[in-house]
Design a protein around this ligand. Sequence first.
Ligand code: BMA
Length: 330
Amino acid sequence: MSGNLIVTPGPTSAAIPWEERPEGCSDIVWRSRRNPVIPRDLLATSNSIFNSAVVPFRDGYAGVFRCDDKRRCMRLHFGKSKDGITWDMEPQPIVFETEDEETGKFEYAYDPRVCWIEDRYYITWCNGYHGPTIGVGYTYDFERCCLLENAFLPYNRNGVLFPRRINGKFAMLSRPSDTGHTKFGDIFYSESPDMIHWGRHRFVMGPVGDGWQSTKIGAGPVPIETEEGWLLIYHGVLNSCNGFVYSTGAALLDLEEPWKVIYRTAPYILSPQMLYECVGDVPNVGFPCAALHDKATGQIAVYYGAADTVTCMAYTRMDLLLDFVRDNSI
Ligand code: BMA
């Protein structure tokens, strides 16, 4: 740990962003009418802002955003918002504080997730250290950030923490991969006593069928704890004759042994269909990285990157989604 990071209070219970399901719409997950909520050029230097993570913070929200700059370097930026929709984005990338010269030598950072555990916000992301792997850091205030060790050896992507210890250990999902645009990918579960050393790796699930999740899959937002299990929203990829198509599904994982899959949707719950999902730097991509959940109302607000260009939101309700996962499981 470097510097004196100041401990500030954790998440608050600000009302989450919400829009009712449009009349006549029977989708389980429906899009915000304000999409894309974050344009590609919110920063003067940004080529695109997408695949980003938002959490409750103080009397509003904070986030870690993937901002690819106009050199097309992949960087992470802090942002703050009162309502979760309109963002005040830091123009400078996050400086990851570390006294360890070696861990500080990463070349790029993308696809962040943010997870409140016990006393701080942990950030995980795809970290360029001799190829992509899972970077881990933490912040108390979304101003300063400490860098920890990479969780795994290259190559790995989509590192997503659970929001509490499981059987006394920190727990993470990840997706071992390759140097490039990986054509395979299973989700694994790993645990750690200290957020540094990761082990006891368990297979959770892999691609299935010949449809939207047939090529590779990866965990999306931090899993949400329910009485029935961990609700995991994840992306699945189809390899079409026109390239990869990134859709979204949901699964329910066992509470104490999360590598055991209870249900998993056969159909997708969201797929690239709107123009802002089908047209952009990488067409046909919806990539969820965060979900806000209001326990009292069951409202869920999902943040997802669209076409590797902009950030969008979609909504669902816990009861609707759980019923759908149960009734449409593979
Ligand atoms: C994945 C990641 C994501 C991206 C997706 C589609 O491999 O690089 O950041 O959204 O491809 O291009």
